[in-house]
Design a protein around this ligand. Structure first.
Ligand SMILES: *[C@@H]1O[C@H](CO)[C@@H](O)[C@H](O)[C@H]1NC(C)=O
Ligand SMILES: *[C@@H]1O[C@H](CO)[C@@H](O)[C@H](O)[C@H]1NC(C)=O
Ligand SMILES: *[C@@H]1O[C@H](CO)[C@@H](O)[C@H](O)[C@H]1NC(C)=O
Length: 340
């Protein structure tokens, strides 16, 4: 049987000395009205949920099914942070319905009121409390196959919401946002692992880091043949260290690197977000960052040839800048390319 071990590596935060004078973003958690819904913090069912009550089997039947289910996935959650940590599991079941794991090991199928346009909080208990002792392990199991899943860890309580999706005529899950400083969960240190485990495709899991780093996590997979694969994650103090380095870089080049660091009201670093996510809500940021370099490249190709290997019938195509436009030989569409 395969199983996964997730380790919370991080010390939640180390106070950043003298942070207040430097550019960082202080979070100010809001409520449902402050949520910004986009593709990064939502999970949309592919089929209407929640299951009809008539299709709910009794707890005995579920227990039997779980014991036999090849989709069952044991997870060992190691709390190296020490203190209160909650885990949450979100995803889609094999029928495309939204699921969240409850502390009793059964799926909860989020619901929502189609009449409400604002996100509605999920009030069912979906927090799996980890033993607070440093180094302690909590064993859980996912009862069945799951895709587009996340296993979340938080040094506090995360707030999940639903909104009605007319596309699936069911709930769309609204998850905590790493990039919105007003998100209701903004002041909590959290992180997640992404996971898909399907009958046909197999098991995929990663510690992401595409959009942010927050609570530092590591993981290892124990395969059916006894071999293991590990992703060790960042150093325990990584978030504070990255914040310090970003601030130093801001001091050096005047670019808003420090604003990528989100801190709580006391200045403790919570997470570092990716520049592209920051630019999405601050279009002016870094706007001239590459201008000089682009100008240099443009000048270079007024006197030099840029060869584009199309890996298609056109073969290698010679391009150069003429009258401030990139022009390619043999271009049958008459297209010329400006510098942005
Ligand atoms: C889910 O649906 C909402 C609203 O229909 C949309 O804004 C959001 O981008 C969708 N999420 C994903 C991951 O596609
Ligand atoms: C719910 O039950 C009704 C009536 O039995 C049925 O028509 C419908 O397809 C069911 N919906 C789901 C999602 O199973
Ligand atoms: C991480 O894994 C999830 C689940 O399989 C997948 O959807 C996502 O694309 C992966 N992300 C990266 C960056 O590989």
């Amino acid at each position: 049987m395969r199983s996964i071990l997730f380790t919370i590596i991080s010390s939640a935060s180390a106070f950043l000395g003298g942070v207040s004078a430097l550019p960082v973003v202080k979070v100010h958690p809001g409520d449902a009205n402050d949520i910004i819904i986009n593709s990064q913090n939502t999970l949309n069912a592919t089929r209407a949920g929640p299951a009809n009550s008539t299709t709910t089997v009794s707890s005995v039947q579920i227990a039997e099914k779980v014991a036999l289910s090849p989709g069952q996935l044991p997870l060992s959650l190691v709390n190296n942070l020490g203190g209160a940590v909650n885990a949450y599991v979100t995803g889609l079941n094999s029928g495309g319905q939204l699921v969240m794991l409850q502390p009793d090991g059964q799926w909860y199928y989020p619901t929502c009121d189609p009449a409400m346009s604002a996100p509605q909080p999920i009030n069912v208990n979906v927090a799996i409390a980890l033993n607070g002792a440093k180094g302690s392990t909590t064993q859980i199991a996912l009862p069945s196959y799951i895709s587009a899943a996340r296993v979340w860890f938080a040094a506090g309580n995360l707030e999940f919401f639903t909104v009605y999706s007319s596309a699936t005529q069911g709930p769309s899950l609204v998850e905590p946002s790493a990039v919105n400083p007003s998100d209701p969960s903004a002041a909590i240190s959290w992180g997640f692992v992404e996971l898909t485990n399907t009958e046909v495709g197999g098991l995929f899991a990663n510690i992401s880091y595409v959009d942010f780093v927050g609570l530092v996590l590591g993981m290892s997979l124990l395969a059916g043949d006894g071999s293991t694969q590990s992703a060790r994650g960042l150093q325990p103090n990584a978030v504070a260290d990255i914040c310090s380095l970003l601030e130093a870089q801001s001091a050096q080049d005047g670019q808003p690197w420090g604003d990528l660091c989100l801190v709580d009201s006391s200045g403790n670093p919570l997470r570092v977000i990716a520049p592209s996510d920051y630019v999405a809500s601050h279009p002016e940021a870094f706007s001239n960052y590459f201008t000089e370099y682009i100008d240099e490249v443009w000048t270079h190709y007024t006197t030099n040839t840029l060869t584009v290997n199309t890996q298609a019938a056109a073969g290698k195509v010679a391009c150069s800048v003429q009258d401030d436009l990139l022009t390619c030989s043999g271009d049958n569409r008459g297209e010329k390319f400006g510098r942005k």
